[in-house]
Design a binder for this molecule. Structure first.
Ligand SMILES: Nc1ncnc2c1ncn2[C@@H]1O[C@H](COP(=O)(O)OP(=O)(O)OP(=O)(O)O)[C@@H](O)[C@H]1O
Length: 364
């Protein structure tokens, strides 16, 4: 008969420590543009994108969505590339929503490393064995093992979620080596610390959508050739007039005539090329929103409106370096000339649709 004592494991002795570092905050609010991201209570890493009431789906959006989904459904990772403020992030979330899978969002960052994407050892699992086979002798055995925790890419690959990697070229190119196997061999190789697993097979429903700004932007790295070769890249250009107008009307409450004046002013300024920082859709939204809020007339007659346009646009003409007064005056004059063309005198009073509706309701 075996005399080997069976160890008695004290039931309350399995202890897990708190994680070594706090999880990165979800970027939900930062990305909630045109699209709302709600956290899924059952799985804190994933989000559900839903269009906001002011999301605008023009033919341009429909066309880009259809082309993007074609690549994704064939299993290719999709990449929307284009200048700032062209609607890439909004589009990526819109396309992700069409796939109907939980979404995991990562934002590119120079400090992001492979471990942030894949996983790391996080926290400890303690186990204490109390052996009292002989009643007056207590033998104690304590072990502490580090625990492996999947990070976002691994979770998405394992569960078949949609990964939205916003501004991915802001991360260093070597961070993305691990993606090469994911897209080619459909295998995610895990680092040695993962212990029990060397790799995982990528779930067939896993999809990835990337966005990036052109390489000449400050803080942007060149994409690795090998990764770029695996991505289906669609170039996103500045929205057409119809879309810019629809977005400005939907998102500011300005009447269409007033919104059109602002859009045409910003588009003419963009076409002039006379700036250091491109005036994007954000510039027209900024002017439209403040004009609506402050009840300004969208006209060169209203000094408040002229000042608003100067504040929003003039800074884009200069890099911030000290300038000759004459140079500044010439640029100001060019901007005022555009204002005179696109926001001429005797413009009607700004009508804030929501406010007008409320007033009407009050009167009736
Ligand atoms: N279809 C849309 N409907 C409503 N608003 C939109 C739409 N597309 C873009 N916008 C708005 O336009 C602005 C710019 O969009 P977005 O942030 O998606 O651009 P981006 O190309 O990702 O910019 P960046 O490269 O600077 O991150 C945001 O305020 C966004 O809400």
């Amino acid at each position: 008969m075996s005399t080997e004592p069976a160890p008695l494991v004290s039931p309350s002795q399995d202890v897990e420590t708190t994680p070594q570092r706090p999880a990165r905050p979800e970027p939900a609010e930062a990305l909630a543009v045109g699209y709302r991201l709600s956290a899924r209570p059952a799985s804190p890493a994933t989000l559900t994108p839903r269009p906001r009431a002011d999301f605008v789906e023009t033919d341009q959006v429909k066309d880009l969505t259809r082309r993007g989904l074609g690549f994704l459904r064939a299993g290719y990772p999709l990449h929307f590339r284009g200048p700032a403020g062209t609607g890439k992030t909004t589009l990526a979330l819109h396309v992700a929503a069409q796939l109907g899978r939980p979404v995991i969002v990562i934002t590119g960052d120079n400090e992001l490393g492979t471990a942030d994407l894949v996983g790391s050892q996080r926290g400890y699992h303690y186990r204490k064995v109390v052996d009292q086979f002989i009643h007056n002798v207590t033998k104690l055995e304590e072990t502490a093992n580090q625990r492996w925790t999947d990070h976002r890419l691994t979770t998405a690959c394992r569960e078949g979620y949609t990964l939205v990697y916003d501004e991915f070229t802001r991360s260093r190119p070597e961070t993305h080596n691990v993606l090469l196997g994911v897209f080619e061999e459909k295998i995610l190789f895990l680092p040695a610390q993962a212990r029990e697993e060397c790799y995982i097979r990528v779930h067939p429903d896993f999809r990835a959508i990337f966005t990036s700004n052109p390489q000449e932007y400050a803080g942007v790295h060149a994409s690795q050739d090998a990764l770029a070769d695996r991505l289906a890249t669609i170039d996103v250009d500045y929205p057409d007039r119809g879309m810019e107008l629809a977005v400005a009307s939907a998102r500011t409450g300005l009447g269409e005539t007033e919104a059109a004046r602002i859009i045409d002013l910003v588009r003419a300024f963009r076409a002039s090329g006379d700036y250091q920082q491109t005036p994007t859709m954000r510039a027209s939204l900024m002017i439209a929103r403040v004009a609506a809020q402050e009840g300004l007339r969208v006209s060169i007659d209203d000094p408040g409106f002229v000042q608003l346009c100067m504040d929003a646009l003039e800074s884009r003409m200069f890099s911030g370096a000290r300038l000759e007064a004459a140079t500044r005056e010439t640029s100001r004059a060019a901007l005022l000339a555009l204002l005179a063309v696109h926001c001429p005198s005797e413009a009607p009073i700004v009508r804030v649709t929501a406010a007008r509706r409320a007033k009407k309701a009050d009167a009736s």
